[in-house]
Design a protein around this ligand. Structure first.
Ligand SMILES: [Fe+2]
Length: 392
């Protein structure tokens, strides 16, 4: 007996046993060898042979027990075979279905359109696959992946198609739930960021609106630079809390109307690093903590806290830096009136490639020259970006 429990043949015929043969690793009855050969042989040879009853019943069994719904459709849209799975999926009577038009039995959003798989196969496509909706008898709908391949007759002529339907409704439901859950989490994250932003601004009324306006400009620049929606979201998050580190600076220094001394200035200069320390443990989908730490870095290495240069600074941080400077110069400071937009744009133009990234500056100037951006809440804005205060 061999491993499969089949009687083995005498020596000299290691791969054969009484009435059975091992063919390509499968044990098959001798009287069906020809047909198994025909299944395994190339299609050309297969056409010459007709399956016997045993093979037909095996193929029927495979057809009916396939995990996917399957049916055979002729060139005139008539169903001429349908498997048990498909009948169960759509509550169909198998016998009753034979001979009926596929678009009547299995109507769907692709029927009678140029997406129809039979039409596409008749037009020469070798394999068709797409996602569609199929409508049940009770008008409910199922999302399905439909794939179809040509079905040839014994003489090699195109008879119709084999259509395979995979019901993905459950997957779709799970996907929808995941998307909802993702949206809720994203909303919670945004709410948290807004709350953090508010806390900073409540403590330092001079920054009220500053982070929001810087964010608006930074996002507009990022769009101008063709950033992806996801990357823009990262800039938005970082922008809204880019001055969070000012929480460590005494409020009286932030609101001080006159000049500040060196010690006070050093405290203010710490705010990007403090911001980083606050945010570094949060696993944002974007490098928010790094962007916040780098928003006062300058292209020539003259910035702080790390003195990074050029492309060592994240592009998001280079964008935020330009937006921050424009907003800060253009608006009111506790120690000086607003210097205006003209002066702000002059600063970034003159320092382009020195302090500020050239492409970011160009994008910003373009937005203004084409009147495609202006700060909301511009009138009466009293933001404070204290780091450009004169040291006493
Ligand atoms: Fe800042």
């Amino acid at each position: 007996m061999d491993q499969a429990g089949l009687p083995t043949k005498p020596a000299g015929s290691a791969t054969e046993s009484a009435g059975f043969t091992k063919l390509n690793g499968q044990i098959i009855p001798d009287d069906d060898k020809e047909n198994f050969n025909s299944i395994l042989m190339p299609q050309k040879k297969m056409k010459k042979q007709k399956p016997n009853k045993q093979t037909t019943s095996l193929l029927t069994e495979i057809f009916n027990t396939a995990a996917d719904g399957m049916c055979l459709i002729d060139k005139d849209f008539n169903i001429f075979a349908i498997n048990t799975t498909l009948a169960r999926m759509f509550n169909l009577d198998k016998e009753d279905t034979i001979g009926k038009k596929c678009y009547e039995v299995l109507p769907g959003s692709s029927c009678k359109t140029d997406r129809c798989c039979l039409v596409r196969i008749l037009n020469g496509e070798k394999r068709v696959e797409f996602e569609t909706e199929k409508i049940h008898n009770d008008s409910s709908r199922s999302s399905c992946i439909v794939s179809a391949t040509p079905f040839f007759g014994p003489d090699g002529e195109l008879v119709g198609i084999v259509e395979d339907l995979k019901d993905i409704s459950r997957l779709k439901e799970v996907e929808t739930k995941l998307q909802r859950s993702f949206k809720k989490l994203r909303n919670a994250l945004e709410g948290t960021i807004d709350a953090m932003s508010l806390v900073i601004e409540m403590r330092d009324p001079y920054t009220a609106g500053h982070q929001k306006r810087v964010t608006d400009l930074a996002v507009a620049i990022a769009r101008e630079l063709d950033f992806s929606a996801d990357k823009i979201e990262g800039i938005r998050m970082a922008g809204l809390i880019h001055d969070i580190g000012k929480i460590s600076v005494p409020a009286e220094i932030l609101a001080k109307p006159g000049s500040i001394n060196e010690k006070e200035f050093a405290l203010i200069m710490d705010h990007p690093q403090v911001g980083y320390d606050i945010l570094k443990a949060i696993e944002f989908p974007w490098p928010v903590a790094q962007i916040v730490r780098q928003h006062h870095e300058r292209m020539d290495g003259s910035g702080y806290p790390q003195g990074l240069r050029g492309e060592d600074i994240l592009l998001e941080a280079r964008i935020l830096a330009v937006a921050d400077v424009v907003e800060s110069i253009a608006t009111y400071r506790p120690y000086r009136p607003a210097l205006g937009l003209k002066k702000a744009l002059k600063e970034i133009s003159e320092q382009k490639n020195v302090l500020y990234d050239a492409q970011v500056v160009d994008a910003c100037l373009k937005l203004y020259s084409e009147n495609r951006f202006k700060f909301d809440d511009w009138k009466g804005a009293q933001p404070s970006h204290q780091t450009d205060k004169k040291i006493m």
